[in-house]
Design a binder for this molecule. Sequence first.
Ligand code: RTP
Ligand code: MG
Length: 140
Amino acid sequence: MAIERTFSIIKPDATRRNLTGKINTIFEENGLRIIAQKRIWMSEQQAKTFYGVHAERPFFKDLVSFMTSGPVVVQVLEGENAVAKNRELMGATNPANAAEGTIRKLFAESIEANSAHGSDSLENAATEIAYFFAGLELLA
Ligand code: RTP
Ligand code: MG
């Protein structure tokens, strides 16, 4: 299996409830290493660009205001099959459909305030990492 890097966000609903450590423990206990991490408050423009693929969706405006409603923790996770592994640990978008023990089952408040983002492909992971982290912030 390949060692991959993926991009993750601990969303405002989770930082507000001080859940960063609990979520990070799930990553670490399941073979994902946090190789870069910082707390930021996204601007409206950053949130719109980041979720640009959803610009035409009915939930886009609400999603941008949610993502800018408080600080987030952006992070790079590394490990075997990191992209798929992280999506598995997060669980389904809607917590009502998320499997037992997943981050969203444990912590999400709603389909929108669902505690975590994870890249959905290796290609998007590279783009998203480069959007939030400078090369100097990542070890080779
Ligand atoms: P993410 O991109 O944040 O990792 O989540 P995802 O792939 O599981 O879900 P996606 O379809 O990409 O949706 C992005 C985020 O938009 C919010 N959302 N709200 N109100 C709604 O019906 C709705 N649907 C999606 C969620 O915050 C979702 O994670
Ligand atoms: Mg998505």
